[in-house]
Write a protein that binds this ligand. Structure first.
Ligand code: KG4
Ligand code: ZN
Length: 366
């Protein structure tokens, strides 16, 4: 550590992206992301309709060293100058998490560097601090292909979960719906683009759990509703026209965004009761890229006079920069816990709440 600055190497391999990054993190909150290498595995899984855990684990084991080398090269940093290594040690697909933890242990042992195990969800949750130095506390909505939860982020390892999905994550719903409509994967961007030409009020799709108090969500029923609408059109017209696909995509996206906006409204009200001073809301995860959802969440925050933060997309989706950053905060605040270096499929951030049920195709939820 020089001049209060920590040079950190991060590794991530909990789902279908192998990633490594090098950051210079300072106590003054001016983080420099020197490199962030992400190697996706979409091609390896495309014929299987989802991520195959064994294929993912093997690909991570093969790619991790290469990603680390590239990340160090791009940052013009020598491993011997690194002060700290951070690795995702859960939650996620256990084979991939193990690949990362084993690689990181080998690198740390060989180079004699301290190693910190990082909760992947904490990486996402602390991202607005890495990209925009936002202060604690803040309210976060984490929405991706594997995760969906509202968190009050109070400190480096202080999280209060206000609610989350009880089944699928919204990204899974986008991906499955795209598959039903014959649109390419990943489904989120395809539906986002297709919905622009459709009528969002053409089909009355359900808004699951809006009738239930609180911030829990459910997305698994939506794809069944889409399937029913699709099959009705096919039996009426003998097939789907492009305008039908556009209308279904738009109606589906509107249903998801209505649910997310209403549940976020409730989370904001709850948050403001607890922490009314200088409130900030942040959204992260791949689904935060959705144009309609992003715009509506921003409007909602404006209505409640609450600051809105959405990190750049490449740091919303899975990456190792967020893991390196979280490792640095843990290390600088003397919060290192050696038991965190054990690979875990499940690892809820808020240990006081009962785990959310559900285990999506992209891994265990927490
Ligand atoms: O955070 P992420 O890269 O990986 C994890 O799942 O952890 O999120 C990927 C998910 C996919 O399900 C993808 O369809 C969704 O994010 N996504 C979107 C958009 N772009 C990506 N969903 C809706 N609209 C988008 N524009
Ligand atoms: Zn993630």
């Amino acid at each position: 550590m020089t001049d209060g600055k920590l040079l950190v190497l991060g590794l991530e391999s909990s789902c279908d992206d192998t990633a490594a990054a090098v950051l210079r993190v300072s106590t003054e909150s001016d983080t420099e992301i020197l490199s962030s290498v992400v190697s996706g595995q979409a091609d390896l899984h495309k014929d299987f309709g989802g991520v195959v855990p064994e294929i993912a684990a093997r690909a991570h084991a093969e790619m991790l060293d290469l990603c680390v080398e590239q990340a160090l090269d791009q940052a013009s940093v020598n491993l011997k100058d690194v002060d700290l290594i951070g690795v995702t040690s859960g939650p996620g697909l256990i084979g991939g998490v193990l690949s990362g933890v084993m690689s990181a242990k080998a690198i740390a042992m060989g180079a004699q560097k301290p190693l910190v195990g990082v909760n992947h969800l904490a990486g996402h949750a602390l991202t607005p601090r890495m990209t925009d130095a936002i202060e604690y506390p803040y309210l976060m909505l984490l929405i991706s292909g594997g995760h969906c939860q509202f968190l009050i982020v109070k400190g480096t390892n202080q999280f209060v979960r206000l609610g989350g999905t009880i089944d699928d994550a919204p990204g899974e719903a986008f991906d499955k719906t795209a598959r039903l409509l014959g649109l390419p994967q990943p489904g989120g961007p395809s539906i986002d683009a297709t919905a622009r030409d459709g009528n969002p009020t053409e089909f009355a799709l359900p808004r699951p759990l809006l009738d239930r108090e609180g911030c829990d969500m459910s997305f698994s029923g939506l794809k069944t509703a889409v399937l029913r609408v699709r099959d009705e059109i096919i039996s009426e017209k003998g097939g789907l026209h492009q305008s039908d696909i556009n209308d279904i995509a738009a109606s589906f996206q509107r249903a998801i965004s209505d649910v997310l906006v209403e549940k976020t409204r409730r989370a904001i009200v709850e948050y403001l009761k607890l922490l009314p001073q200088t409130p900030t809301f942040a959204v992260a995860g791949g689904v935060a890229a959705n144009s309609e959802i992003r715009a509506k969440l921003q409007d909602l925050c404006a209505d409640h006079s609450i600051a809105f933060n959405a990190p750049p997309l490449k740091y919303c989706t899975d990456n190792a920069a967020m893991i390196a950053y979280a490792a640095a905060e843990i290390y600088m605040n003397d919060l290192v816990d050696p038991t965190h270096l054990v690979a875990r499929p499940r690892w809820p951030l808020d240990q006081s709440k009962r785990p959310l049920i559900g285990h999506g195709k992209k891994g265990a939820k927490a």
